[in-house]
Design a protein around this ligand. Structure first.
Ligand code: FE2
Length: 203
């Protein structure tokens, strides 16, 4: 178990948002970012215990890192068995990488005439898979832990400080949006900077 993978991922993402994303090139940011996240979630040996604790119900949103300029953040979503989110949007780009277990994401689009939300594509994520959320293409969805007998964990990366922005949940029947600010479950972030063991080993 090593947090090195997370520290390297944060470094790579910081380079990316200083380049492609600074140029407002969302497609390039997501293309490269998805590869980086895909590599991160291919290995399940780095997420600290405290950010992987399965809640008794619902889901925990643990902030692992927020860029100092709030250009991106990294969050571990830990799902109780069968947990379901409300139908919601994000107000920024997002990437969801499956680390442990499995989840489903059901996309919704407003009906042009009635405004009601209609269910669309159902995406199932397995460990190593990455799903992209692009507001311009429609990013309203509902996420469910596909497993009913144990927890699941996905690693989310967003193009901002997702827990602190105004976004929406929706009434599916009417399409009516309701403002919400999700916040974060944890009060403390993991320490990615204690590299003393490798320094000692090298001396
Ligand atoms: Fe979402």
């Amino acid at each position: 178990m090593s947090i090195d993978r997370l520290r390297r991922f944060i470094g790579d993402m910081t380079s990316l948002v200083g380049g492609a994303w600074q140029d407002r090139d969302e497609a390039a940011t997501l293309e490269v970012g998805a590869k980086l996240l895909g590599e991160l979630v291919l290995h399940d040996d780095w997420l600290p215990e405290q950010a992987a604790k399965v809640p008794s119900h619902g889901y925990a949103q643990n902030l692992l890192w927020c860029d100092p300029f709030e250009r991106f953040c990294v969050v571990s979503f830990v799902w109780a068995p069968g947990a379901v989110t409300p139908v919601h949007d994000h107000q920024m780009w997002g990437m969801v990488g499956m680390l442990r277990g499995s989840e489903t994401s059901l996309a919704f689009k407003p009906d042009a005439e009635t405004g009601a939300l209609k269910a669309g594509t159902l995406t199932e994520l397995k460990p190593g898979d990455v799903e992209l959320l692009v507001p311009a293409d429609g990013d309203i969805h509902q996420v469910t832990n596909a497993l009913t007998d144990r927890g699941s964990i996905s690693i989310h990366v967003y193009g901002g400080n997702i827990g602190a922005v105004r976004r929406h949940t929706f009434d599916v029947k009417t399409g009516e949006p309701k403002l919400f600010v999700s916040g974060y479950t944890n009060k403390e972030q993991p320490n990615i900077w204690d590299r003393s063991a490798e320094t000692r080993a090298a001396s």
